[in-house]
Design a protein around this ligand. Structure first.
Ligand code: ADP
Ligand code: UDP
Length: 239
């Protein structure tokens, strides 16, 4: 499979067409960004660690019956995926309060949310990814009611699978963001699942093992991602 035209350069990945219309190649770069692009840095190895991490998680989700865009790891930085028609609405589940939920509602970080909450955000860098609701997403033509219902169901399924997986590595899955797209009429999980798009804490010490280390200047960002990988048994020997 050959990389052809560069379609899009995102904040962390580049997207290439291939010689097959149903496939794209995603290249995971070392770029890190936070606060809507206000804080940026190059983090050595991050792209490769996230690509290998994402491949492992996508395979676990597929084993659990959740259809994903993941096709094949091409090399430590590149993955072959199904070409989705992306839905510009991000799905977030929170098991514990953190981040924007605490800022908006004045809730203490770490409060357990029972049952877990589900939120939608409109994917638009210019607007800073604002929170939206289901009726806005439907009325503005971003997704149909049926698609949103399925995205919500799938996001809760992912939460069940991954909460159990991270628990085995003595970690709490605090919250995470997913992106979905349409492939031949079906809703399919796209983009990535990595410590860049979720919050993970050590179960006992509550040490942060995710992108909050970058956002909050805590240091050892990629080292923490590698620790998560090691706890899950993901081999990083190839990088
Ligand atoms: P951002 O766009 O937020 O800066 P990235 O740097 O991760 O994010 O760029 C990757 C882009 O590729 C995102 O816009 C994402 O929605 C899109 N994408 C991810 N998976 C697929 C896919 N399978 N098909 C089409 N587009 C995808
Ligand atoms: N998230 C993400 N991309 C976004 C917005 C959020 O990956 O554009 C993830 C974020 O890493 C966290 C979860 O979604 O795991 C919830 O993020 P939150 O709303 O708390 O926003 P933040 O604190 O990142 O501003």
């Amino acid at each position: 499979m050959l990389k052809q035209t560069l379609l899009y350069t995102g904040k962390a990945k580049s997207v290439y067409e291939t010689d097959h219309p149903d496939h794209l190649i995603l290249v995971f770069r070392d770029d890190a960004s936070a606060f809507n692009g206000e804080k940026v840095a190059q983090l050595d190895r991050k792209g490769k660690v996230n690509n290998l991490f994402n491949a492992f998680i996508m395979e676990k989700l597929a084993e659990a019956g959740i259809e994903t865009h993941f096709e094949k790891l091409l090399n430590p930085s590149e993955v072959l995926v199904k070409r989705l028609d992306m839905i510009p609405v991000e799905c977030v589940i929170r098991n514990y309060a953190a981040g924007s939920l605490c800022r908006r509602l004045g809730i203490e970080e770490g409060k357990q949310l029972t049952p877990p909450t589900f939120e939608l955000f409109y994917k638009d860098d210019g607007l800073g990814d604002p929170m939206v609701n289901e009726s806005q997403s439907i009325a503005l033509g971003w997704a149909t009611a049926e698609q949103l219902e399925q995205m919500k169901k799938l996001t809760y399924q992912v939460n069940d699978v991954l909460t159990a997986l991270f628990d085995q590595g003595d970690m709490l899955l605090v919250d995470f963001k997913l992106e979905f797209g349409v492939f031949h009429g079906r809703i399919v999980l796209g983009d990535e699942f990595s410590p860049d798009g979720c919050r993970l804490w050590d179960k006992n010490t509550k040490k942060k093992l995710d992108k909050d280390r970058f956002r909050q200047g805590l240091g050892d960002v990629v080292e923490a991602y590698e620790e998560v990988a090691q706890r899950l048994g993901i081999s990083l020997d190839s990088i």
